[in-house]
Write a protein that binds this ligand. Structure first.
Ligand SMILES: [Zn+2]
Length: 253
């Protein structure tokens, strides 16, 4: 026995998992195009400022909104859709999916889907990036493509616009999907909720790179090449989640 018999089914399984249960982290494309994505909104101030900045440069963004906020601000969804931006599902209440039952997860998906109707695309961003095989499977059954990111700019921390911009500039490539936040649904300190550094960084990025890159929505980027799929599994750090919950920093509703 040479052991090859063990590797074959494993490779086949990996390919199957990547294909049906894979998570999109970018797109292989020859086009100089990238997707800016904004999570946790909509927010009456920063979402509008970002939409305006994008449109000024002929750019489009993708907004993964939290259902509870979306229901509160339906006019913002209309505003985004009217500007040609894409709207994705970021769950109803931003709970870490691996900590929920399948029934709770399906409810989180469904309620957000309802709140973003008729503008929502069938793309889902897992809250906190947390995902296990079971939560991924629930999204497959709900007909969603799960989209995470190529890299992040850590704009949920107290970084200034220059630091956020430097992080993006260091890693931006054709086909990148970049994670930013137009609001913060959960946070350790209120000072992090100020989004002006993110808005400023995006304005500067578009100013500098608006000519070398097409800033498109995630569905547009997906149509330009082959999605980079990974077997994305991330479990919550219990200690950190506990700290977050104790901080009682959920936005009031
Ligand atoms: Zn989020």
């Amino acid at each position: 026995m040479n052991g090859i018999g063990w590797h074959k089914p494993k490779r086949l399984w990996n390919r199957l998992v990547a294909k049906s249960l894979g998570t999109v982290t970018g797109v292989e494309t020859g086009a100089a195009a990238v997707a800016l994505t904004f999570d946790d909104g909509p927010d009456p101030d920063s979402t509008v400022r970002l939409a305006e900045a994008l449109e000024k440069h002929g750019a489009r963004g993708t907004f993964f909104v939290v259902g509870r906020s979306a229901r509160r601000y339906p006019e913002l969804l209309e505003r985004l859709a009217g500007g040609g931006h894409a709207i994705g599902n970021h769950s109803w209440g931003h709970r870490s999916f691996p900590t929920l039952s399948s029934r709770q997860r399906r409810k989180q998906i469904r309620l957000c889907e309802k709140a973003i109707r008729p503008y929502g695309s069938k793309i889902f961003r897992p809250p906190f990036g947390h995902q296990d095989l079971r939560s991924r499977f629930d999204l497959l059954l709900a007909g969603y493509k799960v989209v995470t990111w190529s890299f992040l700019a850590e704009d949920w921390l107290d970084l200034d616009a220059g630091r956020i911009l430097a992080k993006i500039e260091a890693k931006i490539r054709p086909g990148s999907i970049i994670l930013l936040h137009d609001a913060l649904f959960a946070y350790l300190d209120r000072k992090y909720t100020d989004r002006s550094a993110t808005v400023e960084a995006v304005e500067e990025l578009l100013e500098r790179r608006g000519r070398s890159y097409d800033f498109v929505t995630v569905p547009q980027l997906l149509a330009m090449g082959k999605p980079r799929m990974v077997d994305w599994r991330r479990l919550p750090d219990r200690k950190w989640m506990k700290k977050l919950n104790q901080a009682e920093n959920r936005q009031p509703f």
